[in-house]
Write a protein that binds this ligand. Structure first.
Ligand code: SAM
Length: 311
């Protein structure tokens, strides 16, 4: 087993992470995850095609002498060879022509198969990376409701929506567990609050300083309640996506198992060829996606579920 670099910071968070990984995975898988957490992650941006084309953004990057690379699974994304802080100085960022977003974080919205005219619910939306991607994918022609429980984060969400020139998103500051099942939706995204274990970087102690058993337990409790509510709010026969930036089965496979037990949903396997270039790890539930942390990707879990017409 590989020992992580414990030179700095909160060793308790790190010890807990290693303990949790070894509870669930064999040594080889633990090494893949921990080695991925040692990597310096790439910077990626998403072109806001409601405002600019990818070619226009490429030209602007050329002018700023910033190198970039395409990604095979989504046209309007670029990996850029610069720091986020430098991109934030550029007009393209200030005017909302681009959104800085990790590669993994785009995948749940892309998997939703969202279409114009649909009613879409984003149950845990701030700061809005996935809400705004859903708006782009539907040419701002869907009716999107974005829920965020925390008022300050909801302000950030509204700011990002406005900056990207998106019109058809309504933001509600609310605990999504309390949503009234008066409205039901064609598509639901539950990008659940989680421990963030997939975003930990071993060389950056602040990324694991909040990682505690209490946080995992609280996240699991909220995830279970939120996914139950999501299924209540989904139209029969339609699909939802559950995702977390955690690599722990407690927050992923176990949550999906718990909702499968209700008998109301089935897994829709994520098997489009375009995802084959992304490295994944086996999961307990076939058809779900577990992306290990790496140079390119944050650790992420994604499951697509369909609500049965009858139980
Ligand atoms: N989907 C977002 C994006 O792509 O930018 C990231 C969402 S983040 C993983 C989870 C969010 O859920 C946080 O902003 C958190 O404040 C919010 N949250 C936590 N509990 C919630 C609840 N009960 N109802 C609604 N939002 C909640």
């Amino acid at each position: 087993m590989m020992k992580p670099n414990q030179a700095n910071g909160n060793s308790q968070g790190l010890e807990l992470l290693i303990e949790k990984l070894h509870q669930h995975y064999d040594d080889q898988t633990c090494d893949i995850i921990l080695n991925g957490m040692r990597e310096k992650r790439v910077v990626s941006l998403r072109v806001n095609t409601l405002k600019k084309s990818k070619d226009e953004i490429k030209q602007a990057l050329d002018t700023s002498h910033i190198m970039y690379h395409d990604v095979s699974w989504y046209d309007d994304v670029l990996i850029v060879e610069t720091k986020e802080s430098l991109l934030e100085e550029l007009d393209m960022f200030k005017h909302g022509w681009i959104y800085l977003q990790s590669l993994s974080s785009m995948i749940p919205a892309l998997i939703m198969d969202a279409k114009p005219k649909q009613t879409i619910l984003d149950m845990a939306a701030a700061p809005g990376g996935k809400t705004t991607l859903l708006a782009v994918l539907t040419q701002d022609q869907a009716s999107i409701t974005a829920i965020e429980a925390h008022p300050i984060r909801a302000e950030k969400l509204k700011f990002n929506i406005n900056r990207q020139g998106i019109k058809h998103v309504s933001v509600m500051v609310k605990d999504a567990r309390m949503l009234d099942p008066y409205f039901i939706f064609d598509r639901i995204l539950l990008d659940a609050p989680c421990s963030g274990s997939g975003t930990i970087l071993l060389n950056d102690p602040k990324t694991f300083s909040y990682f505690t058993q209490k946080l995992i337990d609280k996240s699991v409790e909220t995830q279970k309640a939120l996914i139950k509510k999501a299924v209540d709010l989904l139209k029969p026969g339609e699909t939802m996506v559950y995702s977390t930036c955690s690599v722990l089965p407690d927050e992923n496979d176990n949550i999906i198992q718990s909702i499968l037990k209700s008998g109301w949903v089935e897994v829709v396997p994520i098997e489009d060829d375009k995802w084959h270039s992304i490295p994944t790890l086996p999961t307990q539930i076939p058809g779900t996606l577990l992306i290990p942390p790496s140079q390119y990707y944050e650790g992420f879990f994604i499951a697509k579920l369909k609500k049965k017409v009858k139980k």
